[in-house]
Design a protein around this ligand. Structure first.
Ligand code: CAA
Length: 241
């Protein structure tokens, strides 16, 4: 069955790999992006996956965006909340703006998107929602009070909604990646990456976006109907809980 899926931040990094994996699984995918028109256009040309520009931190934009995807492709059956940003700073230097930007995108963005597909999923008695959290929402991280708070919040959000969605055929899960080989890593100074982070990863390397995408494809499949409220960690053994 060809299901309709939205992947936020779906034209780059982990999101692009998720968009491709869902397409391979037979879904019709809409990939959203916030800013990089060039990358999005190139992604559409290469994959045939439609891209849509809106900011997940803006509730009204999410509402309009979901309505547009529904008009173009049909009712949304799968939502992957992948869009996320970092604004790292030690807490004594973190500004209220750095706090708000990360909370607005990485936590409220998940509310904004999920809220706008939820009613339709309840009515149709089917839905798959996967939110990309992070190892750093599970264990905390130096210079990421904002990001760790948002990503931990995504896990609590998921556990609550899993209970509400269960009777309506909607599963709600989290994938918590460790350090993955994407552009987001470029903000980490080389010294920190080589001397602090890499030595903490037992498999001895960063993960690849496709390794996260496969986990998402599984959780969004029709066969995963008994898995809900779970957090699937994919972190190379860096954090076991
Ligand atoms: N763990 C431990 N120590 C760290 C660290 C980390 N992850 N990151 C920085 N530090 C240390 C630095 O080595 C430095 O120590 P020294 O002074 O002894 O050399 C000190 O913290 C930096 O302190 P400053 O007050 O000078 O910091 P700054 O204002 O210059 O900010 C920084 C620098 C923003 C913290 C920068 O070092 C940085 O970006 N660090 C990486 C933080 C990090 O790991 N973020 C995770 C990003 S990956 C991600 O978010 C994706 C995901 O989900 C996994």
């Amino acid at each position: 069955m060809s299901r309709i899926a939205i992947v936020t931040g779906g034209s780059r990094g982990i999101g692009a790999a998720v968009s491709r994996a869902l397409q391979e699984a037979g879904c019709t995918v809409a990939a959203t992006y916030a800013g990089n028109d060039e990358k999005a256009q190139a992604f559409t040309e290469e994959t045939g996956i439609r891209t849509y520009k809106w900011n997940v931190a803006d509730y009204a934009a999410c509402k309009d965006g979901v309505a547009q995807v529904t008009a173009d492709l049909g009712p949304v059956e799968i939502l992957v909340n992948n869009a996320g940003i970092t604004r790292d700073a030690p807490f004594h230097k973190m500004t209220p703006e750095q706090w708000s930007e990360v909370i607005d995108t990485n936590l409220s963005g998940v509310f904004n998107m999920t809220h706008n597909v939820w009613t339709g999923m309840r009515e149709r008695k089917f839905g798959r929602i996967v939110t990309i959290s992070s190892i750093n929402g599970q264990k905390g991280q130096f210079a990421q009070a904002n990001y760790a708070a948002a990503k931990a919040g995504d896990i609590g959000f998921t556990k609550a909604l899993a209970q509400e969605g269960a009777r309506a055929g909607i599963t709600v899960n989290v994938v918590a990646p460790g350090y993955i080989n994407t552009e987001m890593m470029s903000t980490i100074p080389d010294k920190v990456m080589n001397e602090v982070i890499l030595p903490q990863i037992p498999v001895g390397r960063l993960g690849e976006p496709e390794e996260i995408a496969r986990a998402v494809a599984f959780l969004t499949s029709d066969q995963a109907g008994f898995i809900t409220g779970s957090t699937l960690s994919a972190n190379g053994g860096q954090y076991l809980h």
